[in-house]
Design a protein around this ligand. Structure first.
Ligand code: UD1
Length: 418
């Protein structure tokens, strides 16, 4: 079993290029099915969730080529409508293939998806919306058998909660539906607008008349395109947290500051200087010791992202002050807390609330990552801890971070995989 070995308490200084967004590339690769043509996608992060997605695309009959961080998908010759259970279980976002298969070949047979265990992650909103569009869905023994004989029909769908995945599934499913689909109370995450930009560049007709609504005029066919994935805002926040616990000075290239608008003030209040006037980049300079005495409530975008909760909590462990986290999106997203306690953190959890009392020092020990962002939190804590931290469960990190240890090593961290 491989482990990351971090010798902490070293100052990070230098430049890191932020990878393309995991949460954009996954739905966009799935949506490329609908084009039945060649799509050239730049700035793709080379992470294991992308590998899983490409395995699904290959299984369905797509041709895949690489050129550095560019992936070329050709979906002209799709020959299947089913996705093997093992691939579906590897990640939650595989559910996006439901809308994509329906829109591209008219039927789908898939099992229920996997992904990080963050509490129950139902797909009722996906199913309900797709049914409203006219999809026939038979569920049994964890398998969904779906068909759209006669095609999907545009309609008005209002989500009961702005689910990211349900929004993406419904957008992809409705781009070729007959007539007009109006989606309201949709998720507003930047990755949604990246998907919309991708589909429009393929010939879809999707308008965004205002916050939280999309109007989709169905078109007969889409065509191929060339698209560049937006930067990964959560990777950026992870490196910012790493800077904050190491008296760091990091220049992060490929950052869209508006995408982390709810997070930047948190670092500023902690005493970091965050320079955002540099085009597509950001510099963070940390104080000798951050000060953190605030409440963080995770919310749908543009609120504080749930994915940033764990790395920012790791930072708050080593700050002066008391902070309170309220996790409003997922019911079981504090698995990293037990591991942070092993490093010497002072955290109490009651339901969705975690109270962190900053401590003077963390000290390295063996810890285990249990989910993707929890893993990132352990890396941040390990970088700030004295002594050696050994992190197992690296498959979680590899799902979402490209070159994490090389990036950190290049700015002065002592981190290696053994
Ligand atoms: C996406 C992101 C994930 C992020 C999350 C919230 C990807 C690949 N993943 O996950 O990194 O943490 O958004 O920003 O983009 N829910 C239901 N019924 C549904 C759908 C969702 O009850 O049909 C609930 C979920 O259980 C959860 C909440 O709604 O409590 C938010 O889920 P959702 O926005 O759908 O997250 P994902 O798309 O799974």
């Amino acid at each position: 079993m491989s482990k990351l070995i971090i010798e902490g308490a070293r100052r990070l200084k230098g430049e890191i290029k932020i990878q393309g967004a995991k949460n954009s590339i996954l739905p966009i690769l799935a949506a490329s099915l609908v084009t039945r043509a060649e799509c050239v996608i730049h700035n793709c992060p080379m992470i294991s969730d992308v590998e899983t997605t490409l395995k699904i695309l290959r299984h369905l009959g797509c041709g895949i080529k690489f050129d550095g961080n560019t992936i070329i998908v050709n979906s002209e010759n799709i020959c299947k409508n089913n996705i093997p259970n093992l691939l579906m279980r590897e990640m939650r976002s595989s559910i996006i293939f439901l809308g994509a298969l329906i829109s591209s070949v008219g039927s789908a047979e898939i099992s229920l998806p996997g992904g990080c265990e963050l509490g129950p992650r139902p797909i009722d909103m996906h199913i309900e919306g797709l049914r409203q569009l006219g999809l026939r869905i038979n569920e049994g023994h964890g398998i969904l058998k779906c068909s759209n004989e006669g095609g999907l029909e545009g309609c008005n769908i209002s989500l009961s909660f702005p689910s990211v995945g349900a929004t993406e599934n419904l957008i992809i499913a409705s781009v070729r539906a007959r007539g007009t689909t109006v989606l309201s109370n949709i998720a507003r995450e930047p990755e949604i607008m990246d998907l919309v930009g991708f589909l429009n560049s393929c010939g879809a007709k999707i308008e965004s008349p205002g916050e939280g609504t999309l109007i989709i005029e169905g078109v007969k066919n889409l065509h191929g395109t060339e698209h560049t994935i937006i930067p990964d805002r959560i990777a950026a926040v992870t490196y910012m947290s790493a800077a904050a616990v190491t008296v760091g000075d990091l220049f992060l290239k490929n950052v869209i500051k508006d995408h982390i608008g709810a997070v930047i003030p948190v670092f500023e209040e902690a005493g970091c200087t965050v320079e955002t006037d540099i085009k597509n980049s950001l510099r963070i300079i940390a104080p000798t010791r951050p000060y953190f005495n605030r409440m963080i409530r995770t919310m749908p975008y543009p609120g504080f992202p749930t994915d940033a909760q764990a790395p920012v909590m790791a930072m708050s462990c080593l700050a002066d002050g008391t902070s309170v986290f309220v996790e409003n999106i997922f019911s079981n997203r504090y698995k990293h807390v037990g591991e942070l306690l092993r490093l010497g953190a002072d955290i109490k959890v009651e339901g969705r609330v975690a109270v962190v009392e900053g401590v003077k020092r963390l000290s390295g020990t063996e810890v285990a990552a249990m989910d993707l962002r929890g893993a990132a939190a352990l890396v941040v804590a390990g970088l700030g801890a004295e002594g050696i931290t050994k992190i197992s469960g690296l498959s979680h990190i590899d799902r979402g971070y490209e070159n994490l240890e090389n990036n950190l090593e290049s700015v002065g961290a002592s981190i290696k995989r053994v």
